[in-house]
Design a protein. Sequence first.
Length: 284
Amino acid sequence: MSSQLVPKNPEEVMVIRELVPNVTTLSVPFLRFGRIKFGGRATIVRLQSGNLAVFSPVALTPTVQTHLSSLGKTVSYIAAPDMEHHIFLSAWASAFPSAHIIAPEGLAEKRAKMNVTDKSVTIVPISTVFTAKNKLDIKVSEEFDQEFSYEYVDMHPNKELVFFHKPSKTLIEADLLFNLPATEQYSRTGIDPTTGWATKLFGALQNTRGDAIWQKRMLWYVISKSDREGFNANVEALCIAWITYRRDDWASIFLVVDIVPIYASKEGMALDSFCAAGDIAQSM
């Protein structure tokens, strides 16, 4: 993977943090399009069985491997929560060949095309594939489903999977919502995560400051423009499922309190305070 996108030295710049008991994040620098300082973030959840679920995997460094061993039994689930969060899927699938891979429809085909010219993108068997047709009935496993609820936002251009970890009241998402700048992800680099014209522009559009009006407008005018009714239905289902949870902390994942329904409208999305996971940064 090009160093223009991910750091050459992830071991040296990664931030490992326990957000709440059984929920850990791995935060690293990441440049979207080689220009925008998004930051990258994996989320690790220790299930009640002791098995681990990993969402949006980042570089599998020696320190990460040691940390995984200290957290639980083994990595039993690996989720690529949208069409973009799969860069390190091959490495994790190779290290944990018995892991149950979760992904949205289209990702396997995308990776197969990439494999033609880049053999580092391996053909990974996906155990659970979310589709527009099966999303109301699909199950992952009894163990996983006891602790997680999930919604497939298929009307999002990136085909977003959103997971809610019920024991910790943690919502894990990728590109559905943003909270820039990528403060934590760049905290060990000596690089200001707000520099660069592209970063400044995108950061102004994708943050949670104030009423997040520009993020709402992005969702209305750009993200949901192809099917706003369908997008509304996706997000309404998400909100109905997880409507009364307490936000314990501003974090790199969604810790929600009294979440209000989120709908696309001409005014944008009506939403309460939020934080995001995956590529999303914590404002500190």
